[in-house]
Write a protein that binds this ligand. Structure first.
Ligand SMILES: C[S@@+](CC[C@H](N)C(=O)[O-])C[C@H]1O[C@@H](n2cnc3c(N)ncnc32)[C@H](O)[C@@H]1O
Length: 206
């Protein structure tokens, strides 16, 4: 993405009140794939400063439930529950389940590690975080549920894509316009957890 386009989304976010330029990536993915429905329950992993949480809350409405998780603090958003903790901490799962009371319709992950600038290192750290997000999604998502994972390109990506295809019925890769062309990030949108056509259609429904 050119600097002009990057500035365009940054300025747009400022004008429209979104906390991050990233909000537009999720809006564009939703326009392409129809991710959200009113009243859905959404869990957003790696949610600071909160742009995706704002978009999710707008889309699911007052009767929807949105929970955000991040290791850094996220300033409150009306109607959204925010938990502070690391994705690798298993205790988060029971905290989330207490809030949502039933399994989620959507799990989102826009996780990024602290960037070193070394492509391979950043790629491996990011994919490792995404695998933790997938583990969490498999525990928190209902059968037939939807997930969106940010990933960095690199040698471990094919293995992760295959894993996602084992769990979900339909898996799409997309780079939304609001994502910088030069960045190695892409988004994997996955529909139909544990449904026919996925590698695993025998998930526990509870
Ligand atoms: C690109 S930002 C997310 C932006 C967000 N989607 C938005 O629209 O505002 C990535 C986030 O991942 C979080 N993160 C990195 N490692 C994490 C971990 N182990 N557990 C939870 N969050 C983590 C970072 O703190 C950071 O806030």
């Amino acid at each position: 993405m050119s600097d002009a386009r990057r500035d365009y989304y940054r300025n747009l976010a400022k004008i429209t009140g979104y906390r991050s330029r990233s909000a537009y990536k999720l809006i564009q993915l939703d326009r392409s794939y129809g991710i959200f429905r009113p009243q859905y329950t959404v869990i957003d992993i790696g949610s600071a400063p909160g742009g995706w949480l704002q978009v999710a809350k707008q889309q699911v409405g007052v009767d929807g439930i949105v929970v955000g998780i991040d290791i850094v603090q996220v300033q409150p958003i009306e109607g959204v529950t925010i938990l502070r903790g690391s994705i690798v901490d298993n205790r988060l799962i029971s905290s989330v389940l207490k809030i949502v009371e039933r399994k989620a319709d959507i799990v989102l992950s826009d996780l990024s590690p602290n960037m070193s600038g070394i492509w391979d290192l950043d790629h491996n750290r990011q994919i490792s975080l995404t695998r933790s997000a997938l583990d969490m999604a498999l525990k928190l998502l209902r059968r037939g549920g939807t997930s969106v994972f940010k990933v960095f390109e690199g040698e471990s990506l094919d293995g992760l894509k295959q894993e996602l295809k084992d769990h979900f019925q339909r898996v799409y890769i997309n780079k939304p316009k609001a994502s910088r062309q030069k960045s190695s990030e892409q988004y994997i949108v996955c529909f139909g957890l544990g449904q026919e056509g996925s590698g695993k259609d025998n998930l526990d429904d509870t």
